[in-house]
Design a protein around this ligand. Structure first.
Ligand SMILES: C[S@@+](CC[C@H](N)C(=O)[O-])C[C@H]1O[C@@H](n2cnc3c(N)ncnc32)[C@H](O)[C@@H]1O
Length: 243
């Protein structure tokens, strides 16, 4: 897949992503399972031209989430962190005609790319984009009676708010609904945090975020409000099944 894509240095930072990986087994699993529509493929290729391309979601992960939405017959969903609209497009495509993705981001610039592709795929009527800090939007949804009305949520925005997003999503998602969380393996670096090689005072922001992510993973494991699966797919995807 995407053999013609030029790999520049910024993409080498995200070697775990299927379209740049050199891991033969990962390539195999993706080549033998990921199905992309023409519009998804065009959106991915367009995003790979953007300077912030390394934020793009992983096709194998998003396909799994879409399949999960179908399996639980999701209708009302949340996409926290839209970027160029790939996750919203993929989730919306798995929903029935009257399904909804409430899509949360702060960036007009990124999301306007997504709008074009949502329209091309004929799913724009299912996507309700809210341009504001996601915490504000989630709190408003709760205030306005949204508690336990969502079937599914995908958390993929600013990492330091992950715990806040998770706690708000737990209020918004119904019993047996699913919260999926991206980047929980942090490019494999969580092992360094686990071994004490990285801590909250580490030099780089990415290391400090990794320290945070390792603690967040431990919090999720101990949270009895959910059943959990941490999958080594994409950059690490944690599935939380609300009890
Ligand atoms: C990793 S990208 C999302 C990728 C997307 N889910 C996909 O599948 O391609 C993270 C996004 O979170 C957004 N973001 C960052 N801080 C935010 C905040 N406080 N509230 C809402 N969105 C935020 C960024 O603008 C960016 O578009």
């Amino acid at each position: 897949m995407f053999d013609g894509v030029e790999i520049d240095d910024s993409l080498k930072e995200v070697e775990f992503k299927a379209f740049v990986t050199s891991d033969p087994l990962k390539k195999y699993t993706v080549n033998n399972s990921v199905r992309l529509t023409r519009v998804q493929e065009e959106l991915i290729l367009e995003t790979l031209k953007q300077p912030s391309k390394n934020m793009l979601g992983c096709p194998e992960e998003l396909q799994l989430l879409a399949n999960l939405c179908t399996a639980i017959q999701a209708k009302k969903t949340l996409d926290i962190g839209v970027f160029t609209g790939y996750s919203a497009l993929t989730i919306a495509s798995a929903l029935p005609e009257d399904g909804k993705v409430i899509a949360l981001d702060v960036s007009e610039e990124y999301t306007k790319i997504g709008r074009r592709f949502w329209k091309a795929a004929g799913v724009d009527h299912k996507i309700d984009l809210r341009l504001a800090p996601a915490l504000e939007t989630l709190e408003k949804l709760i205030e306005n009676g949204g508690r336990e009305t969502f079937d599914f949520a995908f958390i993929d925005a600013d990492k330091l708010n992950y715990l806040n997003y998770y706690n708000l999503c737990l209020q918004l998602v119904r019993q047996n609904g699913v919260i999926a969380i991206d980047n929980t393996l942090w490019n494999g670096m969580v092992i360094k945090a686990e071994n004490g090689e990285i801590n909250e005072d580490s030099q780089t922001e990415t290391e400090r975020l990794c320290y945070f992510m390792n603690n967040f993973n431990k919090f999720l494991k101990s949270d009895n409000r959910i059943n959990i699966s941490l999958l080594n797919i994409g950059d690490g995807t944690t599935l939380c099944f609300k009890k």
